[in-house]
Write a protein that binds this ligand. Structure first.
Ligand code: GCO
Length: 464
């Protein structure tokens, strides 16, 4: 592990499918998300209308992203986390490289560095080349090799300037939440949020292949002896029982904690998955088997850092209709609900200290933290969008993250989700998370109150 820059990273984060647009431009192959949103119109099941990432916020246009880089400079960030669209680089997922795709990211990286903004690259943020999806996607063990070869193309093209690579973004949310919901919409299920126990059991194979792929890419990266670092970004949702006096709620919270929070860290740092969760997966999918060799590969190739994505804890309740009888997504007790769960910054502190104490104090970057509350918190007043709830959320979470750093957590950066409003997966453009407002028709950008609040925090922190 080599960290060439030791400055604390103050950044913003995004993902290719959510911001680029450039649908099928310059030889890009179709991804699963291109097919989900164009051919199956999956957002209709969740927001009642078809939204796609075909244009998004136009980041594939250099003239557009240069304007946003200028805005990032005004914000004062020294890092920008973005993901690379696999199907721009390898339109079929494997095989022939698309030179226009590699050229786009070369230019973006150069433009960021020219503005003294460090590029932090997420290799994979959910948009899988559709040709690979048709071969079974992450459910196919061959995905380990497909991904390793793709990651090697990125290391070869960009590791001279990119000093932090992230193998995957949020494997749990990707594999156990968003993908099953997208397939519910494709199959026109009456309740698009319903996920069966069997689906969870089957997805265990996919998420295991994904972790093998991550370990293989980390191994390859380390063998290249590059002057940089490679990590993985995990979503964390600290759990608490909806009713602490209800033993079934307590059990449900324990299960969800194992499934979501302990699963990946136990494997990477302890060489074993949580046994209670393995048994649950095998109960609904006996074919889910894990070899000693697999776990040795994972634990022998630990990431150089953990990307922590934190939005909220989850109040978990026992619910027989929920997968593994643990309902976590619909239980937010807050009066004004943040899209991703209850606003409890103290659980970010607890989470960071838990990782520090349980997993030998790994290097941590907060690679996503942010909020969206809906129109109540997006009020245009003159040339400013007032978003007091998001502003308060950002301030409180940064404060408590820095307290955890003072208390010994090896925290090296904070990247806010997100810079601009963008395409929020199954919820299309209805859920805004940006500190910069985007008029999706005109592509006009308007900094929000939270932009200026974050700007002031960065100035104070970098000015120290
Ligand atoms: C995630 C993804 C982002 C989301 C963000 C807001 O964490 O789900 O990384 O793509 O857009 O979290 O929900």
């Amino acid at each position: 592990m080599m960290f060439t820059q030791d400055k604390f990273l103050w950044g913003v984060a995004s993902a290719a499918y959510q911001v680029e647009g450039g649908y099928q431009v310059d030889g890009k192959g179709r991804s699963n998300w291109d097919v989900y949103t164009n051919d199956y119109q999956v957002t209709k099941a969740f927001i009642g209308k078809q939204d796609t990432g075909n244009v998004a916020i136009n980041y594939y246009e250099r003239s557009q992203y240069l304007q946003d880089i200028a805005l990032m400079k005004q914000l004062g960030v020294n890092a920008y986390r973005f993901s690379i669209a696999w199907s721009r680089i390898l339109p079929d997922g494997i095989g022939e490289i698309n030179s226009k795709g590699t050229a786009y990211y070369n230019q973006l990286i150069d433009d960021l560095l020219a503005n003294e903004i460090e590029p932090v690259v997420t290799n994979f943020h959910w948009d899988l080349p559709y040709k690979l999806q048709e071969k079974g996607g992450w459910g196919n063990l061959d995905s380990v090799q497909w991904y390793a070869e793709y990651a090697n193309v990125l290391f070869k093209n960009y590791s001279d300037r990119v000093k932090k690579f992230i193998t995957f973004n949020e494997p749990f949310i990707n594999i156990f939440f968003i993908e099953p919901l997208a397939h519910n919409a494709i199959e026109k299920k009456t309740n698009p949020f319903a996920i069966s126990h069997e689906t969870y059991g089957k997805q265990a194979e996919a998420v295991h292949h994904l972790l093998l792929a991550s370990a293989t890419a980390i191994q390859n990266y380390h063998q290249l002896s590059l002057d940089g670092a490679i990590g993985i970004t995990l979503s964390f949702t600290p759990t608490l029982p909806l009713d602490p006096n209800n033993a079934e709620d307590v059990q449900a919270a324990t299960i969800f904690d194992g499934l979501h929070n302990r699963w990946f860290l136990d494997a990477m740092y302890g060489g074993e998955y949580p046994d209670d969760i393995v048994k649950l997966h095998q109960k609904y999918n006996p074919a889910f088997q894990v070899s000693i060799e697999d776990m040795q590969l994972i634990v022998a190739n630990q990431p150089d850092f953990i990307g922590v994505n934190f939005y909220a804890p989850a109040y978990v309740k026992a619910d027989n209709s929920a997968p593994y009888k643990a309902e976590w997504f619909s239980t937010n007790p807050d009066q004004v609900k943040m899209f991703n769960g209850p606003v409890r910054p103290e659980y970010l502190y607890k989470l960071l200290m838990w990782i520090k104490n349980e997993y030998d104090n790994p290097v941590i970057y907060i690679t996503e933290n942010g909020a969206g509350f809906g129109e109540i918190d997006e009020q245009l007043e003159g040339d400013l969008v007032k978003d007091p709830l998001r502003t308060d959320y950002v301030k409180r979470h940064i404060d408590i993250a820095l307290q955890a750093k003072r208390d010994g957590v090896d925290l090296r950066g904070y990247m806010l989700w997100s810079f601009c409003d963008n395409f929020e997966w199954l919820f299309g453009y209805d859920k805004r998370f940006g500190i910069v407002y985007v008029d999706f028709d005109s592509q006009q950008r308007i900094p929000k109150q939270s932009f200026y609040a974050y700007q002031q925090i960065i100035q104070e922190m970098l000015g120290e």
